[in-house]
Structures are given as structure tokens and as C-alpha cells.
Design a protein around this ligand. Structure first.
Ligand SMILES: [Zn+2]
Length: 428
């Protein structure tokens, strides 16, 4: 008996040592370990993919990802449904009210500039988790990544913009030293004055072929610009999506076998035919207080204002749409649950709420033909996961806050959404 015990104890010790070795090896070096490439197509409303046949879209690469991967029946966005807060929710797993990126630009009393720098993030991100696990990360035009703990970084940063294109000198001034040169050595047409989706794709192809980061975050911007200018689901926007699909196809052609691809977006999109001037509307219906516009909704904070807006809603000229039930409001936007909202109203279809105190006119000119105004209930974003270990499936709608944990699971790194940002850690 004692001999057997000793033997099995020894065996146990050997097994444990082997297991520890396997964990150490698997964490850093195994060629089988999965990597993750996140392709965010700004403004890719879920309906582009859901209704691709009806829209006649020639998007073979996106169709392939959907057919072979896991596709959610839409993504309920974060509040507000704008680019910088939503991209940050994708990689933190919490609402903007918790991660601290409240809009594309900071509030006026903080100077009103963009939320460029990563030290504005209040919570942990996937790239922090990746570095803690001794893995590597990369980001191309990802919002809030200036000075981030990312191994290969071309942050979203611009002094000049032309649609979705941003001036490369600004980006290069904060990029990982030598990265622009290394991409250029592989793709000589990379260093043009403007960084657009074509050169974002070249940078991504370089990353897939050479350093092969464990986590790569890519933000394509051109579809969003086209949809603002010409409206979503238009000939122009559809053509831009088909172009984006070609770029995705080029990336897939150089993809290592162990990379999982996530195709996501930050928000949906809506055509904008008119803008209701809420200032003129409230003055016309005699509401002096108790009403304001927030995250694209007209909110009443007392019963008198609520009653007046309900009455005004019956006149289509006012451009007021559906009344959002309070429980739906709180379900979609939990951060509002402590507020004093008595009633909430969407704008009418193809309408947005604006405010111009100086104008007595009820309708303001729409500066853009398409937009996304803040309220997640209005449209859905996109989530497709494809690659090794991902089975083809159509799954129910998810919330954007669920996505970061899915990403962490693909990478096999521990991640707790909402944990405070750890102090900066050095590259390894
Ligand atoms: Zn966007």
C-alpha cells in the first residue's frame, strides 16, 4: 500500500507539473491559441446584413462570415448610440456612464475636445486584460487609444478630416515608433496624406502577416461618413459597404488560421428628412420647464410637461413619434433608472430633435441626410463571430455590453467588466 501511495503521489506531482507547464506554454506560445481580430464597421446598421438580399448588396465576404459564423439578431446599443462611447462599450463591457466616454467630444466645461487619450477611461479594457495575460495587442483608428498600453497602435487622432479619412501626420505623431515605416515597407502606398479605410486595411494586413497580435482592434470609418452625407441604405452608402466588403476580403485572404474575426458596429443609422426645433415646439405648446432632449429623446420631468407633449404629439407637424414606456426606457438605458423622467418620446420616423433658441421655426434644415441620435431602441448594431471554434448559428439579439466578455473568452484572458483601470503596465 505505501508503495502504491508513493507512486500515485509521484504521479500526481508529475501530472501537476505537466499541467502547469501546459498552462504556461498555452498562455504564451502555443500555435493553437486563438487570436482575435475585431473589425468594427462604423454605422453598420444590422439591417444591411439582415436584409442584404432585399437590398441587393454584393458583399460576399460579409455573407461568408455570417454563413459560417455566429450572427446575433441585432445588437442593442449603449446610450448614447454615437461612435466614441459605443466603441468604448465594445471593449469594456459597460455603459458610457460607467466607462466615462460620454460622447465623441468632452463636455464644454472640459474644453470640448475629443476624448483622445486612453487615460480618460475609467474602467479596465480588453487591451489591459490582454497585456496582463502577457499577450499582445494592436489598434487601428480605435477611439480613445492615444498613449494606450497597446503594442502596435495607430490611434484615432486627427487635426484634419475629409469624411472618414484622417490626416496621417497626426496619427503618426502618436503611433508606435517605427510602425508606419514597417507597414510602408510591406505596402508602399500606405503613407498617403489621408488615412482612410483602404490604408486601415493595409495596416491590418501588415499586422496579420507580420507581428500577428493576439488582439487587434480595427475601426473602419468610411461607411458612416457616406451614410451621414447621403443617408443609410442609399445607392451611395450601399456602394461604400460593398467597398468595405472588398477590404475585408483582402484581410481574410492573409488571415492566419488561428484568428477569430468579429464583425461588429457601434450603432445603427436612420435617414434624416427633417429636424424638429424643440425650443420652438416647447414655446408653442407653453412648456417653460420640465422638458429636455437627451440621447435623442424628448424627456418630460414633470406631469404638466408630459401632458402638454402628449397632446402636441397628435399633430404630425410637431414631429413627435412614439411615447417610450418608462419600463422600456429603463430596460434599454439602465443608467437613466434613477432619473426623474415622467415620460419619454422618440422623434417621428426620419426626424430628429434639434434645438435652436434663436429660431421661431418649428422645423430646422437637416444638415445631413442620415444620422444616429443617441437612443438605442431606434435601430440595432451588428455582431458576427467567425473562425476556429465558432459554430454557425443565428442567435437572439444581444446587448452591446455583453460583447467584451465574449471577446475575452475567445482570447482566453480573465476579464471583469467595470473593474477600475489598473495602473499602466510596461510592454513585455
Ligand atoms: Zn459611429
Amino acid at each position: 500500500m505505501p508503495a502504491v501511495l508513493t507512486f500515485s503521489r509521484r504521479l500526481g506531482a508529475v501530472t501537476l507539473a505537466l499541467a502547469a507547464l501546459a498552462i504556461a506554454f498555452g498562455a504564451a506560445q502555443s500555435p493553437e491559441r486563438r487570436k482575435l481580430l475585431v473589425l468594427s464597421v462604423d454605422g453598420l446598421d444590422w439591417r444591411y446584413l439582415r436584409d442584404a438580399d432585399r437590398l441587393g448588396l454584393k458583399i460576399p465576404s460579409l455573407r461568408r462570415l455570417m454563413a459560417e459564423g455566429e450572427t446575433a439578431d441585432g445588437v442593442l446599443g449603449a446610450t448614447p448610440t454615437v461612435t466614441w462611447p459605443s466603441h468604448t462599450t465594445l471593449i469594456t463591457g459597460v455603459e458610457p456612464s460607467r466607462h466615462g466616454i460620454l460622447g465623441n467630444q468632452r463636455p464644454r466645461d472640459e474644453g470640448g475636445d475629443y476624448y483622445w487619450k486612453a487615460d480618460l477611461l475609467k474602467v479596465d479594457t480588453l487591451w489591459h486584460a490582454t497585456r496582463r495575460a502577457k499577450l499582445t495587442s494592436a489598434a487601428i483608428t480605435w477611439p480613445v487609444t492615444v498613449d494606450a498600453d497597446i503594442d502596435w497602435n495607430l490611434p484615432e487622432l486627427f487635426a484634419k478630416r475629409r469624411g472618414g479619412a484622417m490626416d496621417l501626420p497626426s496619427i503618426a505623431s502618436k503611433s508606435t515608433p517605427g510602425l508606419v515605416e514597417r507597414i510602408t515597407a510591406m505596402y508602399p502606398s500606405f503613407p498617403q496624406e489621408w488615412m482612410d479605410d483602404r490604408t486601415r486595411a493595409l495596416a491590418t494586413m501588415y499586422l496579420m502577416r507580420e507581428p500577428r497580435p493576439d488582439l487587434t482592434l480595427v475601426h473602419f470609418v468610411d461607411l458612416d461618413s457616406e451614410a451621414h452625407d447621403n443617408g443609410p441604405f442609399t445607392r451611395e452608402a450601399n456602394a461604400m459597404l460593398e467597398y468595405t466588403d472588398e477590404l475585408v476580403g483582402r484581410i481574410l485572404a492573409v488571415l492566419p488560421a488561428n484568428v477569430v474575426v468579429a464583425l461588429v458596429s457601434d450603432h445603427g443609422f436612420e435617414r434624416t428628412d427633417r429636424v424638429t426645433n424643440v425650443a420652438a415646439l416647447l414655446s408653442r405648446i407653453g412648456v417653460k420647464s420640465g422638458a429636455n432632449v437627451e440621447a435623442g429623446l424628448l424627456l418630460a420631468t414633470d406631469d404638466v410637461a408630459a401632458a402638454a407633449i402628449r397632446k402636441a404629439r397628435t399633430d404630425p407637424e410637431h414631429g413627435i413619434g412614439r411615447e417610450v414606456p418608462i419600463d422600456e426606457l429603463r430596460r434599454i438605458d439602465p443608467s437613466r433608472s434613477r432619473g426623474q423622467v415622467v415620460a419619454a418620446f422618440e422623434p417621428a420616423d426620419f426626424t430628429m430633435f434639434g434645438r435652436d433658441q434663436a429660431s421661431p421655426s418649428l422645423t430646422l434644415p437637416a444638415r445631413e441626410k442620415g444620422g444616429h441620435y443617441g437612443w438605442p431602441g431606434r435601430y440595432r448594431a451588428t455582431f458576427v463571430l467567425w473562425g476556429p471554434g465558432i459554430r454557425p448559428a443565428r442567435t437572439p439579439e444581444i446587448r452591446m455590453t455583453e460583447i467584451a466578455s465574449r471577446f475575452a473568452a475567445v482570447l482566453g484572458v480573465p476579464f471583469m467588466p467595470g473593474a477600475p483601470t489598473a495602473p499602466r503596465s510596461p510592454a513585455h
